[in-house]
Design a protein around this ligand. Structure first.
Ligand code: HEM
Length: 166
């Protein structure tokens, strides 16, 4: 994959940070809404807000985070499969994007449509799912800053050192 000039790389990293940490922020909003309902706030008001946040912000952001994350790996010396911390982030994010698009977003829409009629078990899911994904995103953030575990054995040694631009 082609390397990109330093200015473009900074621009890509800025995009990656804005989208991925924005994604974390949107997730915290969903968690707050879910907890607020459990603590007695009106589900007829808050669940439609959650459905809106999920549909227009959280779901589209999840796709953007994945695309820009993959580009950030492929267009820099980190590579997509060269370093363990990048591979773990790729797997975590891919699983999360699947869950967000195929499970959480439909559930948020369902809750938005039902409001106060949503059963208690489904209400608990609207706290558990954002709590789990928020934790995974915090793990992804910590992996990004500490960059642990080094290179994968299969990665080419000739490229060692190129990515030490932290
Ligand atoms: C497809 C998934 C992802 C991949 C492949 C990926 C890959 C990368 C790569 C290669 C970098 C280094 C970029 C550079 O040096 O120019 C980076 C930086 C970073 N990523 Fe990701 N990322 C992904 C998802 C995420 C997620 C979900 C989060 C947080 C919610 C996140 C947070 C960060 C942060 C905070 C940095 C900056 C680290 C630093 O500059 O020290 N990334 N990512």
């Amino acid at each position: 994959m082609p390397r990109i000039p330093p200015t473009a790389r900074k621009g890509l990293l800025t995009l990656h940070l804005v989208t991925s940490l924005g994604w974390l922020g949107a997730d915290l909003v969903l968690l707050t809404l879910g907890i607020a309902v459990q603590r007695g706030a009106d589900p007829a008001v808050l669940y439609p807000v959650g459905a809106l946040v999920g549909t227009v912000l959280f779901a589209p952001l999840s796709v953007l985070v994945w695309l820009i994350g993959v580009a950030s790996a492929l267009l820099t010396p980190w590579g997509l499969l060269r370093y363990r911390w990048v591979v773990v982030k790729l797997v975590l994010t891919t699983v999360m994007v699947g869950l967000v698009l195929f499970l959480l977003t439909p559930n948020l829409r369902h809750a938005g449509a039902l409001g106060a009629a949503l059963p208690a078990r489904d209400r608990a899911d609207l706290v558990i799912a954002p709590a789990v994904s928020t934790s995974l995103m915090i793990i992804a953030t910590v992996l990004s800053t500490y960059k642990p575990w080094g290179r994968r054995r299969a990665a080419q040694p000739a490229l060692a050192g190129h990515a030490r631009n932290r």
